[in-house]
Write a protein that binds this ligand. Sequence first.
Ligand code: SF4
Length: 307
Amino acid sequence: MYSPDKVKKLWDAIKQTLEKMTRKIIRCRSGGFCDGVSRAVGMALRANASGLRVHMDGELVHNSSVTQYLLSHGICIWDGSSREWRSDECLLIRAHGISLERRELLRKLGCRLCDATCPHVARIGGKISQFRRMGYFIILYGDERHPEILGLKSYGGDSIHVLSSVEQLTSIPCLRRCPHIAILSQTTASSEDFQFFASAVAREFPWIEIFDSICEATRIRQMEIDGHIGRGQCDGAIVVGSPHSSNAKKLADKFLLANIPVAFVENLEDLQNHHVLPGDGTILLTGGTSTPPWEIDAIESYLRQIQ
Ligand code: SF4
């Protein structure tokens, strides 16, 4: 005779095996537009609906589907060429924000400006200015080519350095002599990578002040994935996002680090043309902060149809 405990264990093992033999789709609750992106897209559409001719100063967010959507509504991208701006036109500053120099340049154009910079990015710019005024040396952790970092860097003037690894610390020999040092991060950095970086710098310079400026939207998306991986609820993953999207790439990296096969796709067509889905097990579906919900919806419907 089996004891009730033994029967339960046996049943759990059978259930686990059955679950692995069938494909199960879990859509992350956090995937898709964050508040900053929703706000920027909403601003563009509202300005357009109010009768203004809207020009974007570059891509509003890093997602080609969103760009196409805005273009289809008659919103255009300003190519930077000189032109006469009419009173019924406006220039839209993108969600990543811009440098102080570019802001000044746009102001001088004499056109109406509509600022869609995410409030979180704007707050970090304010914090960097504050540290600079207080005589701090500032280390900004992130990708020096990313538009957000290019914009934020301008708030630090000569007192800021952008780094992406601990090894690069040697490029700032004056650091040892700085009595006040602050570290901030790109809003979309990986939480673990930033913690690793900041702790390593703190070991060298124990007097530094760490200001974790990763935004809540990024953090929640990363934590949700960690939770699923930690509970063993993930045999494969699909991350929907643009290849230029920093936060979407970081989400895909999480699966790669855990040795979980991941398809990093822009849309359903991309998935169908370039990827073979695992036949069974649990597939986690998520998207970056600039991924429109309709792209994730389309992939989810497709997965449920072929299930
Ligand atoms: S990812 Fe964060 S910082 Fe970037 S737009 Fe969204 S809320 Fe703002």
